[in-house]
Design a protein around this ligand. Structure first.
Ligand SMILES: C[S@@+](CC[C@H](N)C(=O)[O-])C[C@H]1O[C@@H](n2cnc3c(N)ncnc32)[C@H](O)[C@@H]1O
Length: 273
């Protein structure tokens, strides 16, 4: 079901801007701000959901992150995991022990409250090594620096590898016009030597997604019909709600990443699928 992209920014990237394009519209995502965290969580992370395609995907996602974090730690570096749109912080709840810092930036305060209710350990580590911040992905670096990790914080030192990520199709549910800006913010956050992971749904699996997931879970996005899915272009627009998502192919994702990279992508960016 998934395509996961890992980019390693191999060398120093000169002149990375501190902020970008202040004029770009800072958009919210009302569907997600209003969505009940419990509905989202039950769809993917409940005991019953573990056997559905998304539940299986989550298991693979954890292994992927454990492996990346393990490699970072082998370099004797601190590992900071920064998740954009972390929802109920399910990934953090699985890998908190292996990371030195875990920072989530999430639009919905409801999701953050629910994350702390669900995960006792994250609650105990709150404001120590775990920070779940309410904010928009379009302002990732500002949210971090203004709220919890100012410029001189250990997070930004060369001794820390910043692994910035979006998981479980957060990338696909963003409004089209803010996607590039979010990726740029994530590249800037990871910085030279950092890593970025984008988890998103693959277009080839869109039919599976419709049949096994969306059509079975009207409480998630509303009743949907097959015509709501454009399998060619990878667009899902639910006819009974404002829920949308985009499903990617490899080439499309690569070209977006190359376009948004704040440096010479031909020299300094490695993309893996
Ligand atoms: C598909 S869910 C994924 C949640 C979580 N990453 C997971 O793996 O379970 C997308 C999440 O992104 C959040 N979100 C949507 N737009 C956002 C934005 N512009 N900035 C930050 N978070 C956003 C939503 O509120 C939601 O929690």
């Amino acid at each position: 079901m998934n395509v996961i992209t890992t980019q390693e920014i191999k060398q120093q990237v000169a002149d990375i801007p501190k902020t970008i394009d202040e004029d770009v519209k800072r958009d919210d995502n009302p569907v997600w701000e209003e969505l009940s965290p419990v509905v989202w969580r039950n769809a993917i992370y409940s005991d019953e959901a573990i056997d559905n395609c998304m539940g299986q995907l989550f298991i693979q996602e954890i292994s992927l992150f454990e492996e990346i974090i393990r490699k970072i730690k082998l370099e004797n570096k601190k590992c900071a995991l920064i998740e954009v749109g972390m929802g109920t912080a399910e990934l953090f709840a699985k890998v908190y022990d292996e990371c030195d810092m875990l920072i989530g930036v999430e639009l919905s305060q409801q999701m953050i409250d629910c994350a702390f209710q669900l995960h006792e350990t994250l609650r105990e580590l709150n404001n120590k090594k775990v920070f779940l911040l309410q904010g928009n992905a379009t302002e990732l670096n500002k949210v971090l620096k203004d709220n919890s990790h100012p410029e001189d914080h250990e997070l930004w030192r060369q001794t820390t590898t910043r692994l910035t990520c979006m998981c479980m199709n957060t990338f696909g549910i963003l409004p089209d016009h803010i996607r590039d800006l979010c990726i740029k913010e994530m590249f800037i956050c990871s910085g030279p030597g950092g890593k970025l992971v984008i988890g998103c749904w693959h277009r080839d699996s869109m039919k599976t997604g419709y049949q096994q997931f969306y059509s079975k879970l009207p409480q998630l996005c509303g009743e949907c019909r097959e015509e709501d899915f454009d399998f060619e272009k990878g667009n899902f627009k639910c006819s009974s709600s404002d829920y949308t998502s985009h499903w990617f192919v490899k080439e499309e994702l690569s070209s977006t990443l190359i376009k948004c990279f704040p440096g010479d992508a031909s020299k300094d960016l490695t993309i893996e699928f």
